[in-house]
Design a protein around this ligand. Sequence first.
Ligand SMILES: Cc1cc2nc3c(=O)[nH]c(=O)nc-3n(C[C@H](O)[C@H](O)[C@H](O)COP(=O)(O)OP(=O)(O)OC[C@H]3O[C@@H](n4cnc5c(N)ncnc54)[C@H](O)[C@@H]3O)c2cc1C
Length: 294
Amino acid sequence: MSLKTTYGPGRFALSFELFPPKTSDGETALFAHLVQLVKFAPAFITCTYGAGGSSRDKTLAVVAEVKRRFQVPVASHLTCVGSSVDHLREYLTQATHGGVDYVVALRGDPPKGETEFQPADGGLRYANELVALLRAEFPHFGVAVGGYPEKHVEAPSFEADLENLRRKVDAGADAVLTQLFYDNQDFFRFRERCQQAGIRVPIVPGILPVTNFAQVQRLSSMCHARLPRGLVESLEARQDPVSQFQVGVDYAIRQVGELIRQDVPGLHFFLLNKSQAASCVLAEVDLPPRTPPG
Ligand SMILES: Cc1cc2nc3c(=O)[nH]c(=O)nc-3n(C[C@H](O)[C@H](O)[C@H](O)COP(=O)(O)OP(=O)(O)OC[C@H]3O[C@@H](n4cnc5c(N)ncnc54)[C@H](O)[C@@H]3O)c2cc1C
């Protein structure tokens, strides 16, 4: 099934995002968590691509194993960081042979210690160029791109960021997976702006339930996602991990419930390789009938 039809009219697609585990124990645990989550019938599962391509082989190995065990379509994330176009082609050829269905096409962040993104020699500058490469030379892949309800940190304005998103869609992206956010109003404004800018592909909200306040503070500051004051106060009022987990899950249930009532085409869960929070949320919300996988 193409990525376009995954999000077609009357359909609702769940996707789960993993990262490549660093150890074999981490890998065993990851697959045990996924067993809990495939019950919710995800339309596809994605795996991130490490900074500078550090995890490239691992990304492909993880998605191949996910597909083998669960017969679910898989997506590899891919960034332009540190890769020439020839390296990107090589990766995409390997991904083709490895049975990857979709690519999440990204520019990537500057490597650690650098403040500004610099394309590699013979490499690409922006994600729209990667989308164009995919469409020209690897047209069998469905292509998703990143979108930023709170604006990408480097963009001078929402308008400039939206122009960029439009370039990615014009280059051939099938869907937009958003950065995590906690205030649905940010998402609804973003979706409205996309509509006004003539961006017609599905815009899929990215969800990271808070399970551990310190961790989410770190991640949301990395991703420049605002934590609403009410959520922060509720978390600060509860110091023990069990209560914090419950606060985060209750918040995500309300957040996701509202998104579903407002007709989002699907949900993209950042799992951080764990199933508990996503499972608790998905068990409690009224999910529309899911797009069948494959
Ligand atoms: C769903 C999702 C998954 C992600 N997965 C990964 C991952 O696996 N690995 C990883 O390293 N990172 C990942 N990221 C993070 C991402 O790589 C960073 O947010 C990165 O800083 C931007 O990537 P992008 O593809 O959005 O870049 P781009 O779309 O290229 O945009 C980057 C910046 O350049 C600006 N811009 C774009 N085109 C132009 C132009 N022509 N002229 C001027 N300005 C322009 C944009 O407005 C933006 O500010 C993910 C992000 C999301 C939302």
